[in-house]
Design a protein around this ligand. Sequence first.
Ligand SMILES: Cc1cc2nc3c(=O)[nH]c(=O)nc-3n(C[C@H](O)[C@H](O)[C@H](O)COP(=O)(O)OP(=O)(O)OC[C@H]3O[C@@H](n4cnc5c(N)ncnc54)[C@H](O)[C@@H]3O)c2cc1C
Ligand code: SF4
Length: 327
Amino acid sequence: MRDFSYHRAGSADEARRSAALPGAMLLAGGTTLLDLAKCGVTEPEHLVDITRLPGLDAVTVESGRASIGALAKMSLVADDADIRRHFPAVSEALWQAASAQIRNMATIGGNLMQRTRCAYFRDPAAFPACNKRAPGSGCSAIGGITRNHAVLGTSLACIAAYPGDLAVALVAFDAVVHLGERTVGVEDFFLLPGDTPHREQAIRPGEMITAVSLPASPAAHRSTYLKIRDRQSYEFAAASAAVGLELASDGRTIRDIRVALGGVATRPWRARAVEDALRGRLLDPETVRAASALAMDGAVDHGANRYKIELAPRVVARAILSMGEPA
Ligand SMILES: Cc1cc2nc3c(=O)[nH]c(=O)nc-3n(C[C@H](O)[C@H](O)[C@H](O)COP(=O)(O)OP(=O)(O)OC[C@H]3O[C@@H](n4cnc5c(N)ncnc54)[C@H](O)[C@@H]3O)c2cc1C
Ligand code: SF4
């Protein structure tokens, strides 16, 4: 770990100015940043501590919209009564992320800015080839062990899966990322790897996430997050789905549906083909299972991750059908 300077920012403006310096990085909960610095993946020259910035940790739901401050802790948001009531998928995604200790330290902004968990990315000593870490150096995962890698949205340059849970729920319900003056729809905030996989988020030097907001809706109100993983805690998703459902007055016809996938794509993945196939249809298991298969349109496997192509539609179907059950 190389030497770096440390500075605690007193205001958002000061944090942004400091973050624009070459080699500067923001420090929030530190649960990802310090790990990456220790294993030599990131080498900050200046750490700008934003943990004590006032006013960035509030969570409010009013006028049909939730606003979640970037410095709100994951555990606090997961347990917020209004978030649980109006956006259960958001609360459930946060509860199933990481571990209790990490959730108590980690922030919403830091969660959206976390980097890939590709094992090759995190081991520069053993695997110097990684286009995400060193643009143009190649990809050690392609032809390597790919069990945790993506099947959707990949490129010849990178096949790393997006690791987070919260963003999957945010993508399903059209959240917006607030970057001070600028806002970006959360789907556009996460970039496909293409031939520039080192750029994972649409944030510019000197910008800072201040909040995320999302509109309340009947589908967000009746929503869930289903995460399938190798063990029940402290584990990233093999496949996950955030689903929201609005039924017509007959209680059987789907008026609105939202579906987003985690663990299988290079960014949080909105499954619009599934939504389009189900809107206006009756909620019955056969229809739901057939439509859920569309979530894998365009999927390409790399050997050991082939199981995800079968697993993900089952996760989607199970999540949708669980929402159709009487409360
Ligand atoms: C063992 C382990 C298991 C985990 N499992 C999961 C999981 O299952 N699901 C999941 O979703 N996550 C998981 N995580 C990731 C965890 O959620 C993140 O480490 C955490 O959310 C990061 O938040 P932080 O506040 O600690 O960020 P930091 O580590 O402080 O920062 C992370 C990055 O975000 C940048 N940053 C922080 N705040 C801002 C801001 N406001 N604006 C712009 N940039 C900012 C930093 O500069 C840094 O680059 C796991 C982590 C670990 C270590
Ligand atoms: S999959 Fe992406 S992150 Fe992993 S080694 Fe290849 S380029 Fe690097």
